[in-house]
Design a protein around this ligand. Structure first.
Ligand code: MN3
Length: 202
């Protein structure tokens, strides 16, 4: 059985950029539903229940066809949100190896910001924009639809933004651009830096 971990910080700690009610509904309701539905999908598959959810997504083609789409959707939702809560924190400036790597790859932080924001804004419908490390250790910006995970494409996410409307609609209404702009105030760059170091060490 997969379990929803409590949020490791107060629901209001990302205000004014992400509001308390959005965090409550997003974590306690949406993330809980992905967790429940993942467990539901795996009900008849005790051997799969023992695996790490990340590993199910990495080897998605080994998941029986009957439940594969459910694992993509709800396993993805479970894993993506676990990841998302951890990369959020206010007042953390970019530094360390990730800063060097971003500057090297994108020529400047500002240009990276523009490219990442553009990716988040041009994603049609529901999904995510990501900064990932590919199998050769290179940084790359990518999008995924719905709850699809970069892990299923041999990419390791190190930063991601949820652009489903449930992640911003209460505070920003239809204004995804404002949400994306403010997202840069709540990136936990220390965590992203750790994610990066782990991903390139593999
Ligand atoms: Mn979400």
């Amino acid at each position: 059985m997969f379990e929803l971990k409590p949020l490791q910080y107060a629901y209001n700690s990302l205000e004014p950029f992400i509001d308390e009610l959005t965090m409550k509904i997003h974590h306690d309701k949406h993330h809980q539903t992905y967790t429940d539905k993942l467990n539901d999908a795996l009900k008849e598959f005790p051997d799969l229940q023992k695996k790490k959810a990340e590993d199910l997504l990495k080897e998605i083609n080994k998941v029986p066809e009957k439940i594969r789409q459910a694992v993509i959707n709800h396993g993805g939702g479970f894993v993506n949100h676990n990841f998302f809560w951890e990369i959020l924190k206010k007042d953390i400036n970019i530094s360390g190896e990730i800063e060097k790597a971003i500057t090297k790859k994108f020529t400047s932080f500002e240009y990276f910001k523009e490219q990442f924001s553009n990716s988040a804004l041009t994603l049609f419908g529901s999904g995510w924009a990501w900064l990932v490390v590919d199998s050769k250790g290179n940084l790359e910006i990518m999008q995924t639809k719905n709850q699809e995970s970069p892990l299923s494409q041999e990419k390791t996410p190190i930063l991601g933004i949820d652009v489903w409307e449930h992640s911003y609609y209460l505070l920003y209404k239809n204004n995804r651009a404002e949400y994306v702009k403010n997202f840069f105030n709540v990136i936990n760059w220390d965590k992203v830096n750790n994610n990066y170091k782990k991903a390139v060490k593999k």
